[in-house]
Structures are given as structure tokens and as C-alpha cells.
Design a protein around this ligand. Sequence first.
Ligand code: GAP
Length: 530
Amino acid sequence: MDMSKMDKLVSLCKRRGFIFQSSEIYGGLNGFWDYGPLGVELKRNIKEAWWQDMVRNPPPGPDGQEISMVGVDCSIIMNPKVWVASGHVGEFADKMVDCNKCRRRFRADKVFLLRAPAVSGSEHITLAFEANSALEAGKLAQADIERLFNRRKISTNIPEVVTALDAPNDWKRPCPAEGCDGDLTEPRQFNLMFQTYVGAVQSQENIAYLRPETAQGIFVNFPNVLDSSRLKLPFGIAQIGKAFRNEINPRNFTFRSREFEQMEIEFFCHPSHSMSWYEYWRDLRKSWYTQLGIKSDRLRPREHAKEELAHYSIGTTDIEYLFPFSEEPQELEGVAHRGAYDLTQHATHSGKDMSYFDDEAWERDKATRSTNSFKEWLKTNPPKEQVDKYRFVPHVVEPSAGADRFTLAVLCEAFAEEEVNGEVRTVMKFHPRLAPIKAAVFPLVNKDGMPEIAQKIYRNLKPHFNVFYDDAGAVGRRYRRQDEAGTPYCLTVDGQTLHDQTVTIRNRDTLQQDRAAIKDLENVIRARMA
Ligand code: GAP
């Protein structure tokens, strides 16, 4: 855990315009964030890289086959029956505990209780910490345990550790807030969906929800997409969009927010192929992160244990990243095998047919039947396995990534402090594809026609890349400003430019400088970014 790195990053994000607290002038709003000029470019580049690599040009499938992918953009507020069918109205809840003194509310599975018996009698000492894991709670507790050892003489330094969710009834549940000596309530269900009303009357029947995931918009549009685009299984439908969750404890900068963006794919396939598609997406999604500069030793795929699986999932692997604020890797993306759960639920609740008819298989077998009409053939009472061969509810594999979470991971991964010529520079080492600004153009000095040449270069590159022009201050300071913005290349017009029409190209990471002809700059930058 490196909280000082996190503090420096949060401060850089504000100072340089990556991320601001939402409605900051009014004191902000917990769990809501705004992206500034650099942040919005970074996040757009992330979403565009995902759309390009997953939707427009996905790599070949497990057998080298081309993959069909299309996109949708669905409304945030949907018919509330969607959320009843999906299970969110009934089950999308966290167990929470409240403090009877400071009134703070905590997720019961994030409050860790450490209990150790006192030396004399049957008395126990219980410490409470809000943490991501037992390991983290143990570390937070170390100082307190040492203090208690000296003063109260507890008998062991290996206390029992459970979450407030799992604590037996006879355990005391102290509040984990610093300085508070209150006690926590028993865990209670708390639905995470934000509610609103549709229309002029704020009545029970007009309640609607802000979507807590983009996935359901895809499921309910499955028949529309199928009918309108004549796709054949297997194929994927993708969506990028906002999701809202009234998280009990938003924390760790943007990591757990109440409003965030998801990048989700629902990949529909034949049930007999679903496991190989699950493995395909799990591996592909992990490698996508490494291709965009996330070091593989900070990434970890973690298969969920059975008891941890969401209500819809047959199998899930989280792709986790080791953020500086945590001892253990935390979820960046979930790749879930959702089986036929969602389509079946929507078929049941809407009364609409959500199955797929495999007309290619039907045609292929036509010599084996007396009729070519499926309806007529059903009247002959064929065995269920035969019917299922042609008409079935597809299985779904869902790679579900958070655009804001990945943006935070990219910021954490990029942040570095390095000593250069006896001075510390802060540099954001973004992958060039994700960098908010691709190149900055400088005149070395503001005379001898250099600003005019530099401005011409800037204007010529602008239609192709996000470029930045800067002529203020010493060139060294301009380099430092671009290092903090994560700009991979700085192009400087200098004395030599006036003779041979070349500029220096300074590489952000190696600090090496070479020269390129002005006329070649567009191609040179494009080639170096690849
Ligand atoms: N459709 C499945 C689904 O929504 P999830 O694991 O709840 O699954 C998917 O969410 C991804 O959305 C997560 O891996 C994470 O990247 C992102 N995400 C979820 N809750 C978030 C929150 N409160 N703040 C930021 N990102 C969040």
C-alpha cells in the first residue's frame, strides 16, 4: 500500500485538470467526480480503444474465426419491470451496519473485527477497522494491538478476525470510525439502486430506477438486434454508458463512485460452446490491459469461489489490479458466465420469446424430416433434445469493465517521480494511444520566425492528433509541464530548423532527442505511437 503515492496522484489530478470533485464549490458530493480537460481526453481514449479493439476490430475467436460484434446505446431509465426481472429489485443489495453514535454507515463486509481474549477472565477486546481485506485490517490494527499489549495485557497477538457480516451474535461490534466509541447495528439490507419518478406524479406506480448496469439494456434489446441485423450466433452486443449505484461507502478516489461508466459486452453463444467463449474472453480481456501498458505483475485474474458468485453467474473471473491504496489487487473488470439467466428471466417476465432459432442447422437437417415448417414439425412431438438443437436460449458471457476504474488504474500505473539532472520530475507515463495530448509543439525562443513555424506545425498536426502549443517560459519548464500531462513527444523548433526544416523530437520516457523533417512529422508521430 502506498498512500503517499495516492495522495500525490489525487493532488496532481486536480492541479493538472484530470479529475475534480463534483460541484466542488459547494463542498462536493461524496461519490461523484468530474473529469477536467486532460481527464476527459484520457477517458475518451480509453473508451475509444475499447470500442475499436472489442467492437470494430476484435481479434479472432478461439478457432481463428472472425467475431461478429455490434453496439447499442440504450436509455438510462428503463421500464422498472426490467429490474424486477433481472433480480436487481430483489437482490441488488449490500448488507450494511450503522453506528449508533456517529451515525455513519458502513458495508458490513468491509468492517473487520479483530477479537483477542484478555489474559485474565473471559473478557475479550474487540478492535474494528474499515478495510478491503483481513490482511489490510491486520496491518491497520498492529499499532493498536501493541498499545493494548502494553496497557491491557491481552493474551495473544493473533486475534480472531471476522467481518461485521459474519460476526457471531455474542461479538461486540465497535464502530471503526476513528475516535468514535459507538457500536454498530446488526447488518441490514440496503438496495443500491437510485430511485426516481417518471412523470408529474410522485407515486408508487411511477417509481423508476437509474440503471445500475448497462447490461440489461443489451438483454432486453436482444430480439431487436437479432431481427434488425440478421446476425448469427455467436455474436456480441456492446455498450458504453453511465451506471448509478448508491454505494454505501464511496472511497478510494474514483474507485467506488456512485455514478460511473461501464464498458460491457454480452456475448451470445450456443450453450455447448459457452465455456470456451468464457475462457476466450477472460484471457483476451486480461491481455488487453497489458497491451495498454498495465504491467502484468500488477494484474491478477481471480476466479470466484462458488459462494461468492453473483445471483446470475455460473462462473466469474475478476481481472484485478494492484492499486496503491490497497494491500491486495482490486476488481477492474468482471468476466462472467451468465448462462441463460437473463434472457430466460426477461422471457418469463415480459412473455416475449427470447430464444434463438438456428436456421442453418434446421436447413442442414432438412432431408431427415417430412416437413420444412418448424411449427408443423413441433406438432409431431419430437424429443426435447431435438427441439433444443434448433431453438434454444443462448448462453451469455459478459466481460464487464469500468471505464472510470480503468482510467484510475492507468493514472496509478503512469504516475512516476524520477530524478533527472539532480531534480525530481513528475511524469505520467501513459501508453501513447491513451495519452491525452500526443505531442506538444514549442518554439525554442519567441523570435527569429520560430513561433510562426511552430504554429504552422501545430495547425498542420491538429486535424490528426490532439496537440498542444506552448511558448511560455524556459523550454525545460515546458518539458516538465508536458511530462505531468503525460505527453509522449515534444517537438521543438530551434536554430537548426531555420536551415534544414527539421525539429527535435523529445521522448518523454527516455528523454532522448532526435530530429525529423517537418514534412514527415505526421507519419513519424503515427509510427512512434503504434
Ligand atoms: N453487468 C455486470 C456488472 O455490472 P459489476 O462487477 O457489478 O458487474 C462491472 O460491475 C464493473 O463496473 C466493475 O468491474 C467495475 O469496473 C465497474 N464498477 C462497478 N461498480 C463501480 C463503482 N461503484 N464505481 C466505479 N466502477 C464500478
